[in-house]
Design a protein around this ligand. Sequence first.
Ligand code: NI
Length: 167
Amino acid sequence: MALLKILHYPDPRLHTVAKPVEAVTDKIRQLASDMAETMYAAPGIGLAATQVDRHIRMLVADISEEKNNLLALINPRILMKEGEIVHEEGCLSVPGIYDKVTRAEHIRVQATNLAGETFDLEANGLLAVCIQHEIDHLNGKVFVEYLSRLKQSRIKNKLTKQSREAM
Ligand code: NI
């Protein structure tokens, strides 16, 4: 097990479009396990491979209070979206920034699990928001891109200044 380094916005690598996973190998399972450990340690409720600079279509999520309901989605595809929910989102790649984003309230997703099997998942509310947020990462999109240009440039300046101060 290992903690992975999380890329911070506005790192251009966060805009990489991830490639499909061709086979679920031990290497993929190891990465999922390291991603889960990194997500729990942060702490966060979701993490996409993009955020740890691995540009393959895989994400982990766990919205349970007890942190005992880990989901790993490989090559996730949204089959259905319904309704609307406004949720105040945050992101491990955008530390300290929270803002409201509108997304679908119900989704149905098809994905592959760590055993290499295809499954369908229905998600509502927070889990639906989380999965949509993480799939956006796999498409190279960070949640701040839903905000106004003014807010985006303020966030960019703030985080760039923070990372310079940290060096
Ligand atoms: Ni995020």
